[in-house]
Design a protein around this ligand. Structure first.
Ligand SMILES: [Zn+2]
Length: 322
């Protein structure tokens, strides 16, 4: 029997909805602006209404829907999927997502952290397809990781993920403070806000860079401007990305030793930087990692599913739990 499932990826800005089959092929897709507000239940009710419209559309098109999966941008605790560390959707902090979604769509729903969902999608239908063990790291506003193996499926260890992996220490002598309260963590050094902060610092120091011109013209600067300037050959932007890639390589070397993936996949906005990020990360791993691990490692790749990986992954968990 070949059924279909709906995946809803609730993002900080937009929510994506897809209908997929067992091969991960998208048959219908839509998106809407993620509702904002101070009341968690109001936000969730609006998401339910929008999802219901998509659900009815798929039903009337004749698709046999087996369930709905929800990928959320924060960690989930326990069977009620209580939201934890809700950085970009703070009104959801402590809110149990499962009860209202179950009441709306029945017990054939699943709720999972979005990076775990992206990992499942990528492992089944993307870069992990031909591998046994895959680590996916999403680098955007924050840093989060998921780990999937063919033998055991998705690692669900801490708050439905594999721990707070952006908090691995890569700069023990540095002074950059992290949102967790510690110092030397990976996240503030390689995330979008971290790259932006470093670029603003270089502009303030009076460095000659294309970034200063962009900031003057736009009145502000985004991490994306830095990665684009680096790709265009701007030396200051390139230095920043070299350092970001170095810290990333330090972290990935540790993850290579701890998890022993055959492939590491990078996803999220910052990963779109491509070679200016990958090249220094690869160079650092080649210098620091154990040869034994490197010989069994195929390398770092960019996500094949891109921004739809989360919705595809969580929908696929409905059709085939793992
Ligand atoms: Zn931290």
């Amino acid at each position: 029997m070949s059924g279909y499932a709906i995946g809803v990826d609730i993002g900080g800005t937009n929510t994506k909805v897809v209908l997929i089959n067992e091969e991960g092929r998208i048959h219908l897709r839509d998106s809407f602006v993620t509702p904002k507000g101070s009341q968690a239940l109001d936000i969730v009710n609006t998401i339910i209404e929008e999802t219901r419209v998509f659900y009815d559309r798929a039903l009337s098109a004749g698709f046999d829907i087996e369930g709905v999966g929800f990928a959320v941008p924060q960690f989930c605790e326990g069977k009620d999927a209580v939201q934890r560390q809700t950085n970009n959707m703070q009104s959801l902090e402590g809110f149990p997502m499962y009860p209202p979604l179950r009441d709306a769509f029945g017990t054939s729903i699943t709720i999972i952290n979005d990076v775990s969902a992206a990992g499942v999608g990528e492992f089944r239908f993307g870069c992990g397809r031909n591998h046994e063990r895959m680590l996916l790291m999403a680098i955007g506003t924050g840093v989060c990781t998921s780990f999937v193996t063919r033998e055991y499926g998705l690692l669900r260890y801490s708050w439905d993920g594999c721990g707070d992996t952006g908090m691995i220490i890569v700069d023990p002598f540095g002074n950059v403070e992290c949102s967790c309260g510690g110092r030397g963590c990976l996240e503030p050094l390689v995330s979008g806000p971290g790259i932006r902060r470093r670029a603003l610092f270089e502009i303030e120091r009076g460095k000659s860079t294309l970034l200063a011109k962009i900031k003057t013209e736009k009145g502000d600067l985004e991490a994306r401007n830095v990665t684009e300037a680096a790709s265009a050959g701007d030396l200051v932007a390139r230095d920043i990305m070299d350092q970001v890639g170095f810290y990333l390589g330090v972290a990935l070397t540790s993850y290579l030793h701890i998890f022993r993936p055959d492939v590491i996949v990078l996803a999220g906005g910052v990963a779109q930087a491509g070679d200016v990020l990958l090249e220094p990360a690869r160079r650092t791993m080649n210098r620091l990692a154990s040869r034994w691990y490197l010989d069994r490692f195929s390398g770092i790749e960019l996500s094949a599913l891109g921004m739809e990986g989360q919705a595809i992954g969580v929908a696929s968990l409905i059709l085939s739990p793992g």
